[in-house]
Design a protein around this ligand. Structure first.
Ligand code: 5GP
Length: 234
């Protein structure tokens, strides 16, 4: 598939058009950002590792009936994806307290939650992706009531599937962020699922295998990402 024009460059990925108007090439960069891009760096090989992990995750979800934008793994840093209209909402699911939930509610990291917490954030870098609710989404016209229902149901289903997927390789899915897109009248899973977008703790040791190692300068970042890739490739 021929790479044509660059149409978008984000913090971690670049999108290119192809000769097929329905398909794009998603290129994974090594750049890493945190805290609303106040912290910037490079994680060696991250683009390659995340492309491979995201491929494995999308392939797994497909076998369980989840429609995603993933079409095909192309090479180390590129995958072919469907061209979607991204819903400007980041959807977060939390199975344990961590990150901003601890900060906002004063909870200890790792606290068990009685049920998964679902959050919506407005995808707006200049505002730091603020937390919003269903009523904001409707008032701003970011998605319809039916789309919110679909997104909620899909995200909860994906959480159940991913918890099982990672538990099989001795990793606990603490939380994750997904993005969804509109494609030919349906809502489908877009963006990526990787250690950049999930909190992944090794079962037994609690060892962090995700971007928190970068956010908190914990070291061994690439090794942690490689370890996730090794396990999902088993
Ligand atoms: P928190 O709100 O605790 O910072 O993040 C919750 C979860 O969503 C974490 O797994 C985090 O990696 C993911 N997440 C939230 N916002 C973003 C974002 O803008 N970019 C990425 N890559 N992940 C995010």
């Amino acid at each position: 598939m021929q790479k044509l024009n660059k149409i978008y460059e984000g913090k971690a990925k670049i999108l290119y058009t192809t000769e097929n108007p329905d398909l794009l090439i998603q290129y994974f960069k090594d750049d890493a950002t945190a805290f609303n891009a106040q912290k910037k760096g490079v994680i060696d090989q991250k683009g390659i590792i995340n492309n491979k992990i995201a491929t494995k995750v999308f392939e797994f979800l497909k076998t369980r009936g989840i429609v995603t934008h993933f079409e095909q793994f192309l090479n180390d840093r590129e995958m072919l994806i469907k061209k979607v209209e991204i819903v400007p909402i980041e959807v977060i699911i939390r199975n344990r307290a961590a990150g901003s939930l601890c900060r906002i509610l004063g909870l200890p990291e790792g606290m068990t939650l009685k049920c998964p917490v679902l959050e919506f954030c407005y995808k707006k870098d200049e505002l730091g992706d603020p937390l919003i609710n269903e009523s904001h989404i409707l008032a701003l016209g970011l998605a319809t009531e039916q789309e919110i229902k679909t997104i909620t149901q899909m995200t909860l289903t994906i959480n159940g599937l991913l918890k099982e997927f990672f538990a099989k390789i001795n990793i606990e899915l603490i939380d994750f962020k997904i993005e969804l897109g509109r494609y030919k009248g349906s809502i489908i899973l877009a963006d990526e699922i990787s250690p950049d977008t999930c909190r992944l703790w090794e079962i037994g040791t609690g060892n962090k295998l995700d971007k928190d190692r970068f956010r908190r300068d914990m070291g061994q970042i690439e090794e942690a990402y490689q370890e996730v890739l090794r396990r999902v490739s088993q």
